[in-house]
Design a protein around this ligand. Structure first.
Ligand code: ZN
Length: 215
């Protein structure tokens, strides 16, 4: 009895996460924390490290406690500070389906954006299948799933408590009938099957998952 009680408490401890938003310029940057072990989901606009630092400070998140940065996909409003964060000591966690998208990012930036190009030799590249074990090492219970639709390199973080961080995956209400929409719809269905209940998107407020509007 004592042993199983203890095991239960350990299991609760690993799933007790808090979620805060340190976003700006209409984009959400979510900090998922298990105590002082933290993961930053989506990584700022290019050239805005000062704003990111100020927002982390304001929300009581020490930069040095962020164990990884994860971009849901490599568009400039979601991965603009990936390299700046690496230089500040935050390793970049990259899923295998994202590797090819990283070198393409600089094409969609102008010199005035002050984008720091992302080096590719020093990232933490993992497979979707390994994501649960990697998250477990930073005390976060969940997995990272490939969820194409908005872009081929889009991934979502699904926590075991049902929270899902979806980046720009098309809002279920806005899904149409084109091919990209069909891909997005199947990503949503997969997320729901795997237990997603509450959506933390890249833009706009968090909302509960409701797929009744899907075609
Ligand atoms: Zn995007």
């Amino acid at each position: 009895m004592r042993v199983s009680h203890k095991a239960y408490r350990l299991k609760s401890a690993i799933s007790a996460v808090t979620i805060v938003n340190v976003g700006y310029r209409s984009t959400n940057y979510w900090v998922v924390s298990a105590g002082t072990s933290r993961l930053l989901v989506d990584l700022g606009w290019p050239g805005t490290m000062g704003t990111m630092r100020a927002n982390l400070d304001r929300m009581g998140v020490p930069l040095k406690e962020i164990r990884y940065g994860l971009a849901t996909h490599y568009h400039i409003d979601h991965a603009g500070l990936a390299q700046d964060l690496k230089l500040a000591g935050v390793p970049l966690l990259v899923l295998e389906p994202q590797v090819g998208a990283i070198p393409l990012m600089k094409r969609s930036t102008k010199p005035a954006d002050h984008f720091t190009d992302i080096t590719t030799h020093d990232n933490v590249v993992i497979s979707v299948a390994d994501s649960r074990a990697v998250l477990e090492r930073i005390s976060i219970a969940g997995e990272i799933l490939h969820t194409p639709g908005h872009s081929d390199d889009s991934v979502s973080l699904l926590l075991d408590d049902g929270s899902i961080f979806t980046g720009d995956l098309t809002h279920p209400r806005l899904i149409g009938e084109d091919a990209a929409s069909a891909t997005a719809a199947s990503s949503w269905r997969m997320l729901q099957e795997r237990g997603a209940t509450r959506v933390y998107p890249g833009h706009g407020p968090a909302h509960s998952l409701n797929l009744q509007a899907l075609p």
